[in-house]
Design a protein around this ligand. Sequence first.
Ligand code: AHR
Length: 307
Amino acid sequence: MKHLSLFLLVLFVCGASKRPATVGFAQVGAESAWRTAETESIKSEAQKRGINLKFSDAQGKQENQIRAVRSFIAQGVDAIILAPVVETGWAPVLQEAKRAKIPVVLVDRGIKGDESLYATLIASDFVEEGRMAADWLAKKVDAKAGIVELQGTPGSAPALDRKKGFEQGISKRPGMKIIASQSGDFRRSQGKEVMEALIKKHGNEITAVYAHNDDMALGAIQAIEESGRKPGTDVTVVSIDGIKDAFHAMIAGKLNCTVECNPLLGPMAFDAVEKALTGQKLPKRTVVQDKVFDQSNAKETLPSRMY
Ligand code: AHR
């Protein structure tokens, strides 16, 4: 019923031609299971609401995303949903959208600069996620660890903020030291490669891994196993996202903890599009709430995981 009334509203907003709303979604890529779940959530919600969705996969490159946004503007879409790969460099293209009176809804990642260039941002608090990971790890290892940090995509909001939050979390714990910190670009294969190289360099000095997402943690787990050590026991592994594979790894005792970051943003994103198109007030930022999961609750939680 809710979706039917929204559909009618969208028809109304789109005026005399009575066409359904057309929304462009400029997605980062498909680097992780989290990202795929977000794409699916936006696509299925658009379908439920009878919205004509134009989808673009930027394959992790900002220039492709900018090109996609320009093409959406040229096609005269009613609104744009953007998950910005990095935080900076958006002003020119978002000014073009503003001049064309096309509202832009940011999902999952924020940008730096002029807030008037977008209608709203719907995202998790990445700094808080990093802090939660640090607090969980500190308790687990009694505030003593030689930590490898696997960072996300350089310049992206989650990589910058999850690093910041984690560093804040360990700052008052002198026994916890980051001995190496490198990007694995949020990818499982790169998480493994980076971890292999760091194991060669630092060996048993490494007692914990903090990965900015589950996919990199799962890659690191493979590298640890291949080096002859036991992930989850010899090396404590903590990450962020809460994908199903992370729950399987926790149940198998190989991953210790995952901090959830909810990718199912489709309903909230299209609610925001609806409000923007009907001139309703929107908060500049909506924070998506996340929880921490570990081996103590992984098994009972897995059946209810949606991604
Ligand atoms: O922006 C959210 C992050 O991007 C997710 O943690 C990661 O898996 C993704 O690729």
